[in-house]
Ligand binder design. Structure first.
Ligand code: NAP
Length: 283
């Protein structure tokens, strides 16, 4: 088969990957733009990550995403890492060039774009409260620090995780006002971000007691399935602006698509593919 007719392969590495929505979003985009390409999820046990990446280098795979639990560990096996991804300490998108792997983090920029476009919040001079200092919380915290918001408060059930994240942000953004904190600080905040997995399961409790949701807040819930999440429903009931993480998922995917194909992503087609799939899975 000539180079021109070859199907380009893109992949997702994660463990597990059973519930991923990414193939629907990317394959719809390839099809819309007439790109002969396929995006396939691979369930890779963390102990097999290095070996899998070595195989990927010579396999003709053009790019891939990395998700839970290998976003940070994978960095040691990459050839070059973009500055923002190194600061965050996590890579979610890799471009394969010849036998070299180039790592990026598109979660951070995807989040900021969604806050501006979907939640319609101008982040200038805003105080932000993040619940959850795991992989996603880190990307959100660095994104907000880079954006130059007024103050960032971070909480996590494991306090040391929040403290470590604060220390890390101060290292890269010495002027950033950032604190690990308790819930009381939310009173002075304009943006609340749920960066915990709470809300993904029907039986999950809310990540925050609703009495803390005040009128000056806007709520960004990184969870996007089910839609709307319990947190988004309760916030809206209180007449508080709230969105789920679908826009972030979409934007991080659109940026990855552009890094891989050098083409503008058909964002609306990708959004519809995601929404359709979410509706199917929660019938
Ligand atoms: P993670 O690495 O497990 O981090 C979540 C953190 O939140 C953990 O440190 C966890 O502590 C903590 N936590 C759990 N419950 C808490 C509570 N009640 N109060 C404070 N902290 C709490 O997960 P992740 O990768 O960051 O992902 C978090 C969520 O974001 C997931 O639902 C994921 O699907 C979503 N996400 C969405 C997007 C998007 O594009 N929209 C992108 C990335 C992630 P323990 O470890 O002790 O549980």
């Amino acid at each position: 088969m000539g180079e021109k007719n070859k199907v380009k392969l893109f992949a997702l590495i994660g463990y597990p990957v059973g519930h991923t929505l990414s193939p629907y979003m990317y394959n719809a985009a390839f099809s819309k733009l007439g790109i002969k390409a396929l995006y396939i999820p691979f369930q890779v046990e963390p102990r097999r990550l290095n070996q899998t990446l070595k195989i990927f280098k010579g396999s003709g795979i053009c790019g891939f995403n990395i998700t839970i639990p290998s976003k940070s560990v994978c960095m040691r096996y990459l050839d070059r890492i973009d500055k923002l991804a190194s600061m965050i300490g996590a890579v979610n998108t890799v471009v394969v060039k010849g036998k070299k792997l180039f790592g990026y983090n598109t979660d951070a920029t995807g989040f900021i774009k969604s806050v501006k476009e979907d939640l319609r919040v101008n982040l200038k001079n805003k105080n932000c409260f993040i619940i959850g200092a795991g992989g996603a919380g880190r990307a959100v915290a660095f994104a907000l620090a880079k954006e130059g918001v007024k103050e960032i408060f971070i909480t996590d059930v494991i306090k040391t995780k929040a403290v470590a994240l604060v220390r890390n942000i101060r290292r890269y953004f010495p002027k950033c006002k950032v604190k690990s904190t308790q819930l009381a600080a939310i009173k002075s905040c304009h943006l609340l971000v749920n960066a915990t997995p709470l809300g993904m399961k029907k039986t999950d409790p809310l990540p925050i007691d609703p009495k803390n949701l005040h009128r000056n807040l806007a709520v960004y819930d990184l969870v996007y399935n089910p839609s709307p999440t319990k947190l988004v429903k309760i916030a809206k009931k209180k007449k508080i602006k709230a969105v789920n993480g679908l826009g972030m998922l979409l934007n991080q995917g659109a940026e990855a698509f552009q890094l891989w194909t050098h083409k503008k992503a058909p964002v609306e087609i990708m959004r519809r593919a995601l929404e359709r799939r979410i509706a199917e899975t929660f019938l």
